[in-house]
Design a protein around this ligand. Structure first.
Ligand code: FAD
Length: 496
């Protein structure tokens, strides 16, 4: 607990997405006194709306962003090593059709470059003929198929990677407060010396002082920075849909080029679901309420149907749809897909360090750069931490959940038939993963809300009953939490 104790920190981080949690972990491992304040839940912003890929970003090669690809591949390999329970290798098939924008030669050269940039760290890609491509992914359209390629990247659970990073920061001494909003900066002699925070559940504001403030609020960064790096017109919106995997029939991941506008998109395996995404369009929508529109869903279905011609997916197949806004460091390009996913770090006249842009994949490297800047502001010499060598926590989660189920068989009952989530997952989320609300549990510690057509609404009351003793909820609190969850579901999963 941070609380109104008059404690002072070396660094205070605003925002508990992957960027803020990465900074907290790195700074705490360097021995700094660290506080992180998140107004909602860890990963409640963009960090739970990604494509869940830890990838080199093969499509960035088309835009000549070799540095980003090189760094991303290096970070992918580090995350595979330090978080094998959360980051797993994923095989991608890229099918090639007659007349496609990316042909065999271009793809072959791209994958060769991808391999070379990996410097031998990556599994080798293979070029496939049409029969081999269909053998790998039998639900693909065969008419016009000339061949394809198999290559490797990795996938993750974005929200739980963020939570694990926060837990690792906490293990190194960082204090992390969720459901607590930073209302404003505390200024003395025109310098930021702390923040005023307001916890959601008590409503009583207090001050927290720190020598350096890091603004890691992603798409909300202009709240606290006098000098957002470039004038940001807007971000780009990315929507995903999930469809029962049996309807799509994909075995692994596929990289597809939308026949509508030639963009690279993915069809990804996610348990019993296939996730198709994303769109990439400039938006001025509020990041608080950003959600998929009918046009987004239609674009994704039409693009997928061009490849899975027997499935002929319709709106009725869509289990859920959601969207996020990419915090981009540069808004210079007119084509949203060509905007660099690199990041920018700026210290403004108040002394606040703001970071904009970046990717889930590169968060660890980005965090190290930010903490170098923090140490510079503190007048310290740079003392890099071994964040690439120390494992992220949570590797024993499955065992712990099995233990809870063995101790109490009620906790072994699936919350929803056909999905792997049980009461034990909820209890574990509260005891070990800082979950405090139903949205924390059903949207981010499990993916129940993404994987059911009711988004967990029908399970919410039972879930509240299960976690109430852990969280000290009365009947009144339970009802309030269920109502808040329903509002979150409407905010995130509505299609309109
Ligand atoms: C559609 C889409 C797909 C993507 N896919 C991938 C992918 O597959 N792989 C990849 O590497 N990257 C991907 N990305 C990029 C990646 O998701 C983002 O770069 C990353 O999640 C941004 O994290 P962040 O911590 O900077 O921002 P956020 O996750 O948005 O975190 C900012 C946090 O600040 C908090 N906050 C805001 N204001 C306050 C306040 N006043 N007080 C306290 N807290 C506050 C918010 O609640 C939020 O939790 C994707 C992005 C999108 C949109």
């Amino acid at each position: 607990m941070i609380g109104p104790t008059g404690q002072s920190f070396d660094v205070l981080i605003i925002g508990g997405g992957i960027t803020g949690c990465g900074v907290a972990r790195d700074a705490a491992m360097r021995g700094l006194r660290v506080a992180l304040i998140e107004r909602d839940d860890l990963a409640s912003g963009t960090s739970s709306r990604s494509s869940r890929l830890i990838h080199g970003g093969i499509r960035y090669l088309e835009h000549g962003q070799l540095h980003l690809v090189h760094e991303s591949i290096r970070e992918r390999e580090i995350l595979l090593r330090i978080a094998p329970h959360l980051v797993k290798p994923l095989a991608f098939t890229w099918p090639l059709y007659r007349g496609a924008r990316v042909g065999k030669v271009k793809l072959g050269l791209g994958l060769l470059a991808y391999q070379l940039l990996a410097g031998g760290r990556s599994r080798r890609h293979e070029m496939l003929n049409a029969a081999q491509t269909i053998e790998r992914e039998p639900s693909l359209k065969s008419a016009g198929l000339t061949g394809g390629a198999l290559y490797w990247d990795a996938c993750t659970d974005d929200a739980r990677l963020t939570v694990a990073t926060a837990l690792s920061a906490r293990e190194s001494g960082a204090l992390i407060e969720t459901h607590t909003r930073v209302e404003r900066l505390l200024l003395e002699d025109a310098k930021a010396v702390g923040v005023v925070v307001k916890p959601r559940f008590t409503g009583v504001s207090y001050d927290v002082r720190a020598r350096v403030i890091v603004n890691a609020t992603g798409i909300w960064d202009n709240q606290f920075s006098e000098a957002v790096p470039v004038k940001k017109a807007s971000g780009t919106k990315g929507a995903h849909i999930s469809i029962p995997r049996e309807r799509v029939g994909n075995h692994n991941a596929l990289t597809l080029i939308s026949p509508i506008d030639g963009r690279v998109m993915f069809c990804l395996p996610a348990g019993s679901q296939a996730i198709i995404g994303t769109t990439d369009t400039w938006t001025t929508e509020s990041p608080e309420t950003v959600h998929a529109s009918r046009t987004d869903v239609d674009y994704l279905l039409r693009s997928a149907n061009a490849y899975f011609d027997r499935a002929q997916l319709t709106q009725d197949d869509v289990v859920s749809a959601w969207a996020g806004i990419r915090p981009l460091a540069s808004a210079a390009a007119t084509n949203p897909s060509a905007v660099s996913r690199e990041h920018a770090i700026v210290t403004d006249s108040l002394g606040v360090i703001t970071v904009t842009g970046g990717k889930l994949t590169t968060y660890r490297a980005m965090a190290a750069e930010i903490v170098d800047r923090v140490q510079q502001s503190l007048g310290q010499r740079r003392t890099p931490a071994a964040t690439d060598a120390i494992a992220l926590p949570g590797a024993n989660r499955d065992e712990e959940i099995a233990r809870l189920q063995a101790e109490n068989s009620d906790l072994a009952v699936p919350l929803v038939e056909g999905l792997p989530y049980t009461g034990a997952h909820l209890v574990y989320g509260v005891q070990h993963e800082m979950a405090r609300t139903l949205s924390d549990l059903l949207i981010r510690r499990t993916h129940l809300a993404f994987e059911t057509r009711d988004h967990g609404i029908l399970s919410a009351r039972r879930v509240a009953d299960i976690v109430a003793p852990q969280l000290g909820w009365t009947e009144e609190t339970k009802s309030a939490r269920v109502r808040e969850f329903e509002l979150d579901v409407e905010r995130i999963f509505a299609i309109s």
